[in-house]
Design a protein. Structure first.
Length: 500
């Protein structure tokens, strides 16, 4: 009797842990869109220019994107619970600083600090999930929930941002993180397990950290600069070229480092490589939904911010249903080789349907169906990919393997932002030059042409993802390479899940 009594308590503890890490993930993910809604109000309040406005977004993206792998590795080295708590506290304080900012400069600094602590928090949350849920059936359920949060967080941010901005003040788009963090901190203190470290503590790969952080900074900055200054900007290509050089140097160094930041067998496994690429491509394709559908609803159909957020709710509902159905029933039966290409194909269908929208379209008749199809697509792609990306990794490298998921999503979003914005702007300019004089009606049609171009390219991203996933993922039953056979001091399964 005594030997079996702790089982229910341990089971409850695991599921409360899922709630805690889900709150942290939601806080990080929704922050990417909730602040967008607040920007016009913040600009009017603080008096910064349109040119300066982009730095509210870019400061966060640069810090977050460039430090993700470092954040993931730190969680492996100093302990996941400790890193998780530090990330929560830091993110909350940075959010409070941003909410109270009385100047543009302080708001940018606070956003950069949010990015720093977000880079610590996001991979650690996924790593905690990876090491807590080891039973396959429970793992599937947990990743279904976590993947749904990762996919739906952007749409939740649109709704929450609209409500907070209209009902309260733009500053509450930042203060809300403090409230979420308090609940997550209490849950972390009580329920997130501590991991008992066995063996010597490895050292941090400082040269590798500097190389990859510089490379990721160059990638995010290069794409962000291309979005604002165009693809003919020398700075854009200079940063992207430097990023490629640093990335190559990082890979070479990882083959020689005694304690590599990112052991290459982790990413060279076919299944994990396919999962990371799927997250990257889906992130690039999804950008077209949140940005351009928001533009369409607000500028063409004249929706308010709250109405726009509510319009995305059916998509979120479909995403959650698809995530649970996929991870609990379909992935165990068919594997990611079938599910992820199916999800990507649904994304293609949804995007192509969006290209048919015009100024006479209605939400119920023309917008709802493609949004729900894309919700089903993301609910099929994200949980299966995230679960596969962290499956079979040595527990001591779970943090950096999880960080690769977030890095893929961030880089994909940066690529999608720059490419789709540029292509849409070019399409609008071409339409205006071909239809003169520029009447208000011509302007509406030019905007619609730009949206349709973005959706078409988004469909192309998803089509590419379907091909990549179908070719790279292993067939079910071929087995997953653990990716750690040649890692230094590898000792699979040596660490217990929960400290006693």
């Amino acid at each position: 009797m005594s030997s079996s009594s702790p089982a229910p308590a341990a089971d409850r503890r695991r599921w409360v842990t899922l709630v805690v890490v889900g709150l942290a993930q939601l806080m990080v993910v929704l922050d990417a869109t909730v602040v967008n809604i607040a920007l016009p109000s913040a600009q009017a309040d603080l008096g910064f220019s349109d040119g300066q406005r982009q730095w509210i977004i870019t400061a966060y993206s640069l810090a977050f994107g460039s430090l993700l792998l470092l954040g993931g590795r730190l969680s492996d080295l100093i302990g996941r619970k400790r890193t998780f708590v530090i990330g929560l506290i830091g993110f909350a304080l940075a959010s409070a600083l941003g909410g109270a900012a009385g100047s543009f400069e302080l708001l940018v600094a606070a956003r950069a600090l949010q990015g720093v602590f977000g880079a610590l928090l996001a991979p650690t949350a996924l790593a905690v999930l990876t090491t807590t849920f080891t039973i396959p059936k429970e793992r599937a359920r947990a990743f279904g929930v976590f993947g749904a949060i990762a996919g739906a967080g952007g749409a939740v941010g649109l709704l929450l941002g609209g409500v907070l901005t209209e009902a309260l003040d733009w500053r509450w788009n930042l203060y809300i993180n403090v409230i979420i963090a308090v609940f997550a901190l209490v849950g972390a203190a009580l329920f997130v397990p501590s991991i008992v470290r066995e063996g010597p503590r490895p050292k941090l790969d400082v040269p590798g950290t500097l190389l990859v952080s510089g490379a990721l900074f160059g990638l995010v900055y290069g794409f962000s600069n291309a979005e604002t200054d165009g693809w003919d900007s020398p700075l854009s290509w200079g940063m992207l070229s430097a990023a490629v050089i640093l990335l190559v140097a990082f890979v070479v160094w990882q083959t020689r480092a005694t304690h590599p930041l990112l052991p290459l067998p982790i990413v060279l496994d076919r299944n994990r490589a396919a999962a990371y690429l799927s997250v990257l491509i889906a992130g690039a394709g999804m950008f077209g939904i949140f940005l351009f559908v928001t533009y369409y609803l607000q500028l063409t159909l004249k929706y308010s911010p709250i109405q726009t957020g509510l319009a995305f709710l059916p998509m979120i509902g479909m995403l959650v249903v698809a995530a649970q159905l996929g991870t609990n029933f379909l992935v165990p039966r068919f594997g990611p080789k079938v599910l992820v290409p199916v999800g990507m194909s649904l994304g293609v269908v949804g995007m192509l349907l969006l290209t048919l929208l015009d100024e006479h379209s209605t939400y119920a008749g023309n917008v709802l169906a493609p949004l729900m199809i894309i919700g089903a697509a993301m609910g099929t792609i994200m949980p299966a990919s995230m679960q596969t990306a962290t499956l079979g990794v040595d527990r001591r490298y779970a943090g950096v393997a999880s960080a690769m998921v977030n890095t893929s999503q961030q880089v994909g979003g940066s690529i999608g932002t720059a490419l789709l914005n540029t292509l849409a702007a070019t399409a609008a300019a071409d339409y205006l030059s071909a239809h003169t004089p520029p009447t208000p009606e011509v302007g509406v049609h030019a905007a619609l042409a730009s949206y349709a171009t973005a959706y078409s390219w988004g469909a192309g991203f998803f089509a590419l993802g379907a091909v990549v996933a179908a070719l790279l993922f292993r067939r079910r039953g071929q087995g997953l390479s653990l990716g750690t056979a040649h890692l230094p001091e590898s000792n699979l399964g040596a660490e217990p899940v929960i400290a006693h």
